[in-house]
Design a protein around this ligand. Structure first.
Ligand SMILES: C[S@@+](CC[C@H](N)C(=O)[O-])C[C@H]1O[C@@H](n2cnc3c(N)ncnc32)[C@H](O)[C@@H]1O
Length: 284
């Protein structure tokens, strides 16, 4: 085989692997995704010195080592698009409503603790945007709040990048100079300009592997706020309902759930009520 030749996968094998991916990770794998799958897997097959998808399926389905290869594959095919302050209205909503309400409800005699979950966090920009928003609120209001963000994903590649918290300079173009100065460090290299989140912001976030398809979620706290945005959109509706039920179990009564602007929870019969576009409150 010539090196540049594309390794092809048959419809049958694609559907078989697709079914396994859907079962394990919830991600829909209809036949329209075959070309995307085939192209994203080329590099991996070559790394493994393999010349056919049949050979790859052998490795994948082999009990020893199969599981590990499954997560490499999931990593390669999942959509990780994200950005700082994506869907900005949600961050304004945190500042204008969620945080002041939390402040009002808390008695003066103790420092309140707010726990936030960024589920399907990709490379971390969402979690860090939440941390900056809360930090800004604390600084401007003087409210003595302690907060912590748990950010989870199935992509070990994305989690590694998220922990490093280093991003191309272009990704912070839309962030004000004041916030850039306060919350980002600039690399010294002139030809490869990068930024890194300041340690005080990095310290507010813990990144961990969590598959939303798991029967139960190993998280050691319940959350006041959950961001589950632009992740469920890749799942079948029945799977979405099951995941939402488990996620809502980890949200405190009266807590807030944020979903992506292009996602919908209509007809799902969940214990929530809508409070703003793509924002919900768990019913008490
Ligand atoms: C498009 S990104 C969304 C990132 C961020 N929430 C945002 O809105 O910008 C979707 C993320 O969901 C993750 N994901 C896909 N299936 C998952 C699963 N079964 N469990 C946990 N995360 C999953 C992907 O790895 C990907 O990083």
């Amino acid at each position: 085989m010539v090196k540049s030749e594309i390794i092809q996968i048959s419809d049958d094998l694609f559907l078989k692997l697709g079914k396994l991916i859907t079962e394990r990770y919830g991600i829909k794998m209809s036949i329209e995704k075959k070309v995307m799958f085939q192209s994203r897997m080329q590099k991996r097959l070559r790394e493994l010195n393999m010349f056919s998808f049949d050979e790859y399926a052998g490795k994948l389905l082999n009990a020893n080592g199969g599981t590990e290869e499954f997560s490499v594959m999931a990593d390669l095919i999942s959509t990780n698009k994200t950005e700082f302050f994506r869907e900005r209205a949600h961050f304004d909503f945190l500042t204008d409503l969620v945080l002041p309400q939390f402040q009002k409800q808390m008695p003066n005699y103790r420092i309140p603790q707010m726990n936030i979950w960024s589920a399907g966090c990709s490379s971390g920009q969402e979690a860090y945007s939440i941390a900056i928003t809360i930090e800004e609120f604390i600084r401007s209001s003087g409210f003595n709040l302690s907060f912590f963000i748990t950010a989870t994903d199935i992509s070990t590649r994305m989690l590694k990048a998220a922990k490093e918290a280093i991003y191309p300079m272009g990704q912070v173009d839309d962030i004000s100079l004041d916030w850039k100065r306060k919350y980002f460090l600039k690399s010294k290299s002139l030809n490869d300009q990068k930024v890194r989140l300041a340690k005080e912001i990095r310290d507010k976030v813990r990144f961990a592997y969590l598959n939303l398809m798991d029967d139960s979620y190993e998280l050691n706290v319940d959350f006041n706020v959950v961001f589950l945005r632009n992740t469920l959109i890749y799942f079948e509706p029945a799977v979405q309902v099951k995941i939402l039920a488990k996620v809502l179990d980890r949200l405190v009564d009266g807590g807030f759930l944020f979903i992506g602007h292009s996602e919908s929870l209509i007809n799902m019969n969940l214990p929530i009520r809508s409070i703003a576009p793509s924002v919900y409150v768990k019913k008490i």
